[in-house]
Design a protein around this ligand. Structure first.
Ligand SMILES: NC(=O)c1ccc[n+]([C@@H]2O[C@H](COP(=O)([O-])OP(=O)(O)OC[C@H]3O[C@@H](n4cnc5c(N)ncnc54)[C@H](OP(=O)(O)O)[C@@H]3O)[C@@H](O)[C@H]2O)c1
Length: 188
């Protein structure tokens, strides 16, 4: 089955969100997110983006659903959320159901977990979780949502082709694109 990859941007205090939105505005970082989650090797396929219901709701209307990707929303209230989302958006009761959906759809190339906190945590503990793509913002922001602790014995920093190593700067904010690989991932 497809591996699960996580992608997130976190600030110095590992914050990822505040008041249902992002604490920063970083256009190039957002473009990186779009490129990473959209690009496919096989042009006949698409990637899936898996997210919690609150992350789904914080996508600005003009970008929702995220284009050229299969959007999967996780909620306890599947029927209610299904009745509100546009056609084509998949709604599941948990990460395992999202994985089952992906496994049964061969037209999905990669699965990207895009937040929020509890979905990242569940995904990190999933045997198919292969990598974490973490943008490390070199500044602290007031946040109410945080990226879970990364077990650095299991997830080791690697260099990956196509992921810039050098410092990125937007306005007065600098950040690095980092990739952590799960050395125990159960992938074929
Ligand atoms: N910086 C980043 O990279 C990044 C990425 C993503 C999000 N964010 C930020 O993070 C915040 C949103 O994240 P969040 O952690 O508050 O919420 P979230 O994880 O996006 O959504 C939480 C919701 O997901 C559903 N859910 C979670 N676990 C579930 C489970 N095991 N089974 C069924 N449903 C489950 C529940 O929906 P129901 O209540 O409908 O049952 C829950 O209320 C926003 O501020 C957003 O901007 C930042």
């Amino acid at each position: 089955m497809a591996e699960l990859k996580l992608i997130a941007a976190a600030c110095q205090n590992m914050g990822i969100g505040v008041n249902g939105t992002l604490p920063w505005k970083l256009k190039k970082e957002m473009a990186y997110f779009t490129t990473m989650t959209t690009k496919v090797v096989d042009p006949s396929k698409k990637n899936a983006v898996i997210m919690g219901r609150r992350t789904w709701e914080c996508i600005p209307a003009k970008f929702s659903p995220l284009s050229n990707r299969v959007n999967i929303v996780i909620t306890h209230n599947v029927d209610e959320v299904k009745s509100k989302v546009p056609e084509g958006v998949v709604v599941t009761a948990g990460l395992d159901d999202a994985v089952k959906y992906i496994e049964s759809h061969r037209n999905i190339e990669s699965a990207w977990v895009i937040g929020g906190a509890s979905i990242y945590k569940a995904a990190m503990g999933h045997p198919k979780c292969s990598k974490i793509y973490l943008t490390e913002i070199q500044k602290a922001f007031v946040c109410d949502t945080f990226f879970p602790d990364i077990d650095k014995l299991r997830f080791q920093s690697i260099k990956e082709d196509g992921v810039p190593q050098e410092e990125q700067v937007e306005g007065d904010i600098s950040y690095y694109f980092r990739v952590y690989q799960n050395k125990n991932a159960d992938i074929v």
